[in-house]
Design a protein around this ligand. Structure first.
Ligand SMILES: [Zn+2]
Length: 342
């Protein structure tokens, strides 16, 4: 055998090796390649065996060519192994079993949820939703609602005046919206006015200086107290279930005549008597009544032609009953342990 024949075989093996190396994939592929070309019974070993059949004077040249091939194959094989190792190391640092960064999924505040349900209930009965300013003049907050100067509701204890002359107030109820609406349109009127109200209350389990009210107003010809009771009854059943009962107790408000407080049968004990209802079986919700003719006069409606009813409710109060929350302050503390429950 001549050294030229050996070199031709070296070229063949080298080409095959490079081509296989290019195609090989992964740890297993490289191991198979190593056995095929560099193993004890591999192609390189076979070539070295041919060295013995060369004429003595050509053995040195043949040996050099074989060693070149051996170095080249080892080098290229090692490079490939290193590449694979690096990518494997990168993967080791990425531990798929680690917990990920989970973003908070927001949710609707319980007060907003109840407010939406209240709105949905009344809009389904034909009421439209109207908003008004939270900063009011004394006139809209009191005078136009037949609450004259000297009435206890105007007392500094209850009201947050924001100017020295006591003419601008943070509204103490959403009733001023009634007046704005009646001033801006002729009857019929059928609205609810939801929103924030402000009073100088010291916070405790049932009082907060900021709270939410929904005020309702219906004005038309021939509107009676029976219509008011029907609307409140429908609301009670829709909010708390079909076995809910309502009752009205005589009361006084300057802007309604006659006036009433209305109660729902206790949703906790179903009227049997429990801690929430102080054993009475009834839970006080808010006030209502037929709109006082004096209010109609102040907005230019003819009290001989039109009658109307108005009612109010505290949104926090409803939310506390629906969710069985016993302290109103929990709604405003933004404690995630509380809010996550809704
Ligand atoms: Zn009860």
């Amino acid at each position: 055998m001549s050294v030229e024949t050996l070199k031709a075989q070296i070229n063949t093996v080298e080409t095959a090796f490079k081509s296989s190396l290019e195609k090989s994939a992964g740890q297993d592929g490289l191991e198979a390649l190593r056995i095929q070309f560099l193993g004890r019974k591999g192609a390189l070993t076979d070539l070295f065996k041919l060295l013995g059949s060369l004429p003595a004077e050509e053995k040195r040249l043949g040996g050099q060519a074989l060693n070149q091939l051996k170095n080249l194959m080892n080098q290229q094989f090692q490079d490939r192994m290193n590449d694979l190792g690096e990518s494997r190391n990168e993967q080791t640092f990425f531990d798929f079993s680690l917990p990920g960064d989970v973003g908070y999924v927001g949710r609707i505040h319980p007060i907003s949820t109840i407010l939406r349900e209240i709105k949905s209930c009344f809009t389904s009965m034909g009421f439209s939703v109207r908003q008004g300013p939270e900063v009011e003049t004394e006139y809209y907050n009191f005078d136009a609602l037949n609450i004259s100067k000297g009435h206890p509701a105007r007392d500094m204890q209850d009201t947050l005046f924001i100017d020295e002359s006591n003419e601008i107030v943070l509204r103490t109820h959403t009733s001023p919206v009634q007046v704005h609406v009646m001033e801006s349109q002729a009857p019929p009127v059928r609205i609810i006015a939801p929103g924030r109200c402000y009073r100088r209350d010291t916070p405790d389990a049932t009082h907060s200086p900021v709270f939410h009210q929904v005020e309702g107003l219906c004005v038309d010809e021939g509107v009676s107290f029976a219509d008011l009771k029907g609307v409140i009854q429908t609301f009670a059943k829709r909010m708390f279930g079909s076995d809910m009962k309502i009752r009205f107790r005589p009361s006084f408000f300057p802007f309604t005549e006659p006036s009433a407080e209305y109660d729902f049968s206790c949703m906790m004990c179903k009227g049997k008597g429990c801690r929430v209802c102080s054993g009475t079986g009834w839970v006080e919700i808010s006030g209502a009544g037929m709109v006082n003719p004096a209010v109609f006069k102040s907005v230019g409606y003819d009290p001989e032609k039109y009658t109307g009813y108005a009612f109010g409710m505290g949104v926090e109060r409803i939310a506390m009953l629906v969710y069985e929350v016993h302290d109103i302050r929990l709604f405003y503390e933004n404690d995630m342990r509380f809010l996550k429950q809704f």
